[in-house]
Design a binder for this molecule. Structure first.
Ligand code: HSE
Length: 309
């Protein structure tokens, strides 16, 4: 019997200005998958822990088992028998790529067990199927950085064109998850589908600025490019105290601030760990005053993607 335990990281999708096209991985939190190859053909999800019974155990409906099935079908290896345990170690509906971390842990595990037949980039389309199942749209800005590590750009969806961007050393994410749930499906439905040209100009200037900042290792340029005039004005309404959370981030030394993925988590980037902790401490104190529980994560950027535990 071959068995493997894999950790896959949470991710900050959009990176404020790059809706559906930018994302990066963090070292903490993340999800864990235990996977075994067995004699009886088929993919079976045996148990899920840490989800309070909210995720489907049906192998066709769960993002982990469904994407593993897609992978095996693609390889013409539906004769393979797989048993899966999913251990949720991060909040669901948090805007930190929760479904993506589970799916990616599963795909990384089956790919390792099968002898690394595909590269991380080649696994992205299978993980996108999982996102489609989870939120109705197969976006890649969580799964691509979770699989590849670091900052990632999805230059195009059709055809898929994914570019690994430089990951600056000593860049810290200060993430706060206010305990209010915002399902990605709902957060996508509320966005306007048409935009003004002048807003589009602002937005693509910032996306190009952020990517340039990563290539130039100019963190201040990355920070001043973290502006979103298209999506944030609508989505921030769902996040309690959003403008104060921004002020607290910037006053305490953040280079930039915004919504993580579809929210409600917010994140700031900081040049050192001490600054990142100051930011999350100040923001959590503010949320406590609003009677909102929160979790904080301070993490450097995860440059490697998933790992065997
Ligand atoms: N780009 C996606 C969205 C990320 O903003 O809806 C979801 O985490």
């Amino acid at each position: 019997m071959k068995e493997i335990k894999v950790f896959a990281p949470a991710t900050v999708a959009n990176v404020v200005c790059g809706f559906d096209v930018l994302g990066f991985a963090v070292n903490e939190p993340g999800d864990e998958v235990v996977m075994r190859l067995v004699d009886e053909p088929g993919v079976r999800l045996l148990k899920i822990t840490g989800d309070d019974g909210r995720l489907p155990l049906d192998s066709a409906k769960n993002t982990v088992s469904a994407s593993v099935q897609h992978y095996l079908k693609h390889l013409n290896r539906e004769d393979v028998g797989v048993e899966i345990e999913l251990h949720k170690k991060m909040p669901i509906g948090s805007g930190l790529g929760s479904s993506s971390a589970s799916t990616v842990a599963g795909l990384y595990a089956i790919n390792r067990l099968m002898g690394n037949l595909l590269t991380a980039k080649e696994l992205v389309p299978f993980a996108m199927k999982g996102e489609e199942l989870a939120c109705g749209y197969g976006h890649a800005d969580n799964v691509a950085p979770a699989l590849m590590g670091g900052f990632v750009l999805i230059r195009s969806y059709d055809p898929l064109d994914i570019i690994a961007l430089p990951t600056p050393e000593n860049l810290f994410a200060a993430i706060v998850f206010p305990d209010v749930e915002v399902p990605t499906k709902d957060a996508r439905q509320m966005i306007r589908s048409k935009v003004l040209l002048k807003d589009a100009v602002t937005q693509w200037g910032n996306v190009a600025g952020l990517v340039s900042g990563l290539f130039l290792n100019d963190i201040d340029l990355v920070g001043r490019s973290m502006k979103d005039v298209l999506v944030e004005p609508t989505r921030s309404i769902l996040i309690p105290g959003f403008e104060t959370l921004r002020e607290l981030a910037m006053e305490n030394g953040a280079v930039g601030f915004g919504i993580s993925g579809s929210g409600p988590s917010v994140f700031a980037l900081a040049k050192d760990e001490v600054t990142a902790r100051k930011i999350t401490d100040a923001q959590q104190k503010h949320l406590t005053k609003l009677n909102i529980n929160s979790n904080a994560y301070v993490s450097s950027v995860n440059a490697e993607g998933p790992r065997v535990m």
